[in-house]
Design a protein around this ligand. Structure first.
Ligand code: ACM
Ligand code: ZN
Length: 549
């Protein structure tokens, strides 16, 4: 009897130890400091979550943890307010005395209790994401039947804070649209990796995807294209699928996304493209173009000559009304106004635009573009927000307070930072996740390029061309997912992940702590979690050397 008991006890210990090895502190992004300690905390039905103070913001971290445990095990952890840690409890407290950055946290896992301290509710939330990654992957299950006693957390002390304050992912829903559920899943995956921004690309030539009450044609007309190019843009002869394609988000749906993201401490930055990439808009309201149209929502990819007319005051009145509704939906301090790839051929012959250039003493069309962006910036700033624009907004003179998203390499970012402007780095060669990630046969058609995981991981956002002071303008980095060639959720996930995880690590982990081999080990150990979450991440050769194949 006693021998059997000892055997059972030993085998219990063994399985527990092997589980510990499985989740051997494999957190992504790698924390600033993690000290492993022997032992483990075991969750149980009677584990409680104590929060100090418990309010609308701090309850988000607690609710996230409790809801994850409820979904996986069916067990409802008690969440209460309290000032002290207790046995068998996860104690979360706002604590501004530890000298950690706003989004940082301190996590101490002991056999009897877990303590999570942070100077902000966002920090608590990020701490919960680390705790989540220390728990077994089954915590991601939604069966409600997992055994809570198997949810053990290896003891450790983590002190952590982000390197950059902007850690973003972009999502183009214009070329192809994704459902509310998929956008939420995308947000969930970003939250797991401590990213804090979703840049939502909502308008483009091939579709206008957000309801604007004052201008209903934007969605009744502008959200649908009559068909879509089949295959790659370069394929000849061109083929189309003869199938109408469209869709849009109502304002209520967009607000649902904003709320969902904000519960996960992710800010949603809407992008309303101007003055180029406007064909869906001017197909709906041709009066805001130079020629008056008619136009149709584009069915192929690229850059198109018809853009908003910069000479008509009515164009600006329209855009201001659109932006007013957008700012009512999105509380984001930043509004992205596009600014990229605006051909000037219509402006150069348009009487309205020529008149504007003459009156405003603008030497050429690039200065007219600068006038356009500055005028829009003035409006956005008057409403207490800031603009972000792609690096073309530098041409002809940058708007006084604009933040630049450097996408044509890093030069635009360098120039902007030297001028004292804030910068988000998103250079095509590293951060465009619509590029190929593998030379292996059978890859789905992509726009081009070659950006394997290792290359994405190698990106350093602070250029050596900048001084330390100038580098303070580098707010962070972002991965972009343009969806010309990405039509389904599973394909979206295939292109975005795990490359976005590498971006998350560059955004969070200190430069000198980054190590691709170590990242790969952690990533591979987290794959069972991603599998349970149902993420269709790319599985293959992640190294740059796959280029030689
Ligand atoms: C861009 O890729 N046109 C910003
Ligand atoms: Zn014009």
């Amino acid at each position: 009897m006693s021998t059997l008991f000892i055997l059972l006890f030993l085998s219990g210990c063994k399985s527990r130890d092997s589980r510990l090895e499985e989740n051997n502190y494999n957190i992504i992004p790698a924390p600033v400091s993690l000290v492993p300690v022997p032992g483990a905390f075991s969750l149980s039905k009677s584990t409680s979550v104590i929060v100090s103070p418990l309010n609308e913001e701090t309850s988000k971290a607690a609710a996230f943890l409790a809801s994850m445990v409820k979904k996986s095990t069916g067990v409802e952890l008690k969440v209460t307010e309290g000032k002290k840690a207790r046995r068998n409890a996860v104690f979360m407290a706002i604590d501004t005395t530890k000298g950690i950055e706003a989004e940082g946290y301190l996590l101490e896992v002991k056999p009897k209790r877990i303590t999570l301290l942070a100077p902000s509710a966002a920090g608590l939330f990020h701490g919960v994401q680390s705790l989540r990654q220390l728990l077994p992957p089954q915590v991601e299950s939604v069966t409600g039947t997992e055994d809570i006693t198997r949810f053990i957390v290896p003891c450790c002390v983590i002190k952590d804070e982000p390197r950059f304050r902007y850690r973003g992912m972009h999502l183009d829903v214009c070329r192809h649209i994704f459902s509310l559920e998929e956008v939420k899943k995308y947000i969930d995956i970003l939250a797991l990796h401590k990213m804090n921004t979703l840049h939502w690309h909502l308008t483009d030539d091939q579709g206008w995807r957000i309801e604007i009450k004052k201008y209903p044609l934007l969605t009744t007309v502008g959200s649908t294209r009559k068909e879509t190019l089949v295959g790659h843009y370069g394929d000849k002869p061109e083929k189309y699928d003869a199938t109408p394609y469209g869709g849009f988000f109502t304002q209520e749906e967009a607000k649902e996304i904003v709320k969902y993201a904000s519960d996960r401490f992710i800010n949603v930055i809407p992008e309303i493209e101007m003055p180029g990439h406007a064909v869906a808009a001017i197909s709906s309201y041709p009066v805001f173009s130079c020629t008056g149209g008619p136009f149709q929502v584009e069915t192929t990819w690229g850059v198109f000559p018809d853009v908003y007319c910069a000479g008509k005051d009515t164009t600006f009145a329209f855009l201001e009304e659109v932006l007013t509704e957008i700012m009512d939906i999105f509380p984001s301090p930043y509004i992205h106004i596009g600014g990229d790839e605006c051909p000037k051929e219509r402006w150069n012959v348009c009487p309205y635009c020529l008149k504007r250039m003459k009156e405003e003493k603008l030497a050429d069309a690039s200065m007219l573009q600068s006038y356009f962006i500055k005028r829009i910036e003035k409006f956005v700033v008057s409403r207490g927000r800031h603009i972000i624009g792609w690096d073309e907004i530098l041409e002809g003179g940058i708007a006084p307070e604009a933040t630049v998203m450097s996408w044509r390499g890093i030069d635009g970012g360098i120039e902007a930072a030297k001028l004292g402007h804030d910068v988000i780095m998103t250079p095509g060669g590293y951060m465009y996740l619509d590029y190929y990630q593998s030379r292996e046969a059978g890859q789905p058609v992509a726009i081009g390029g070659f950006t394997p995981l290792e290359k994405v991981y190698s990106f350093e956002p602070c250029p050596k061309e900048l001084t330390e002071e100038q580098n303070k303008h580098i707010l962070g980095l972002q991965g972009n997912v343009w969806t010309e060639y990405i039509a389904t959720p599973s394909h979206l996930e295939y292109m975005a992940f795990p490359r976005a995880f590498a971006i998350a690590e560059t955004g969070w982990t200190p430069r000198l702590k980054k190590d691709f081999e170590d990242f790969l080990v952690r990533f591979k150990s987290q794959c069972p979690r991603y599998d349970i979450m149902g993420i269709n991440y790319f599985k293959g050769d992640y190294r740059i050397s796959n280029e030689e194949l």
